[in-house]
Design a protein around this ligand. Structure first.
Ligand code: SF4
Length: 360
């Protein structure tokens, strides 16, 4: 099967030190759940997100206090910071002045022309891109009246309305999202958007749900969109700790071979041939590889009958045998280890492989 080719035709847009779009990898984003004016709590959460693999973080900027906290937050984190603003152009100006790397605001909602111009001028001067966030639940009244209910055409029309406002002011550092909690609607909207304009797409299924159901819904929706080569940055939206959003996003990207900085676990479903306590070992190894930033495939298999052969694509793995573990690389057994040492041995081998990867 061929690799998924991501839309290299999208315009590359710089967000701090990163570039979203062009031929760049899909970037993982999340959003804090703390009160943004509470700098300590917000920075602590962003640090946890960074550790989990979040590459761009967004904070809500609903008032003056939130906007005023931006310079301090920015100083203490390592990933690009995005301010989420609704309507109020003064907050947008303050956030840009405070050093944000991107703002999320819909120019059509800002109001008078002078206000839009002021925001665009400030964004241009600082090289700050603008994300237009179309949401099926809050389409413009006239679009809803035209289509009767939220449709993909209506969502793309809304995006174009906001895009045109920026283009008229000769502003092109634009990223667009078209979120819907209805997965089929979101897929259709992103497909239409990808055919209609070349700005990078921020992809997400909004209000997806709790950790369990939202993970499935996001995986199905984002999976369908990514599999078409659409999407330059993703956010998984869950009613959960945002660290979970990042973990889920990473797994989705790994599924398509789109995460170059994450290890993958292959583990068997177990069956009557099982020789080891596979479920707890698989969970332990999954936690362990979460910190590995190399694209290594690790397999944990219940028995040696089918195990190593089934996991031929794994770079390293263990298969349970009676009282021992068989360590294998690319389907070939390399040595036997006593059962009680096999997890530690596997971890050592994983570290070795990661070192080799970075030494290359
Ligand atoms: Fe069963 Fe062995 Fe396959 Fe696991 S690897 S599912 S234990 S046959």
């Amino acid at each position: 099967m061929g690799e998924i080719i991501h839309r290299s035709k999208t315009r590359p847009v710089r967000v701090g030190p990163l570039t979203i779009g062009g031929s760049n990898e899909v970037i993982i984003q999340s959003m804090t759940t703390t009160k943004t004016h509470d700098v300590e709590a917000t920075v602590a959460q962003i640090r946890r997100l960074e550790e989990a693999g979040c590459q761009v973080v967004r904070v809500a900027c609903p008032d003056e206090r939130a906007a005023a906290a931006i310079p301090e937050i920015k100083k203490r984190i390592n990933i690009p910071l995005v301010a989420d603003i609704h309507f109020d152009y003064k907050l947008a100006l303050k956030a840009i002045e405070g050093g944000v790397d991107k703002i999320r605001i819909n120019p059509g909602n800002i109001g008078r022309r002078e206000k839009v111009e002021a925001v665009v001028k400030a964004a241009k001067e600082r090289g700050v891109p603008i994300r237009i966030g179309v949401n099926a639940g809050s389409l413009e009244k006239r679009i809803l009246e035209k289509y009767g209910y939220p449709t993909a055409d209506g969502m793309v029309e809304s995006a174009l309305y906001h895009i045109r406002i920026l283009e008229e002011l000769d502003f092109h550092d634009i990223i667009v999202s078209l979120k819907a909690s209805d997965v089929r609607l979101a897929i259709e909207a992103y497909e239409k958007a990808a055919r209609t304009f070349d700005y990078p797409l921020h992809v997400g299924i909004t209000e997806a749900g709790t950790l369990f159901s939202g993970t499935i819904k996001s995986a199905v929706g984002l999976g369908a969109i990514l599999s078409k080569g659409i999407g330059n940055t993703i956010r998984v939206s869950l009613s959960a700790d945002p660290v979970e959003e990042v973990k889920v996003a990473r797994e989705i990207l790994k599924t398509f071979g789109l995460a170059s900085n994450a290890a993958t676990l292959i583990s068997c479903p177990t069956c009557g041939r099982i020789e080891i306590d596979l479920i707890s070992i698989a969970n332990e190894i999954e936690d362990y590889i979460a910190k590995i930033k190399a694209p290594i495939k690790v397999a944990v298999l219940g028995c040696a009958v089918n195990g190593p052969g089934e996991a031929r694509e794994a770079d390293i793995g263990i298969a349970g045998a009676r009282g021992e573990g068989l360590l294998f690389r690319h389907g070939k057994i390399v040595r036997k280890v006593p059962e009680e040492q096999m997890v530690e041995e596997l971890k050592k081998e994983i570290d070795k492989l990661a070192e080799e990867y970075f030494a290359k």
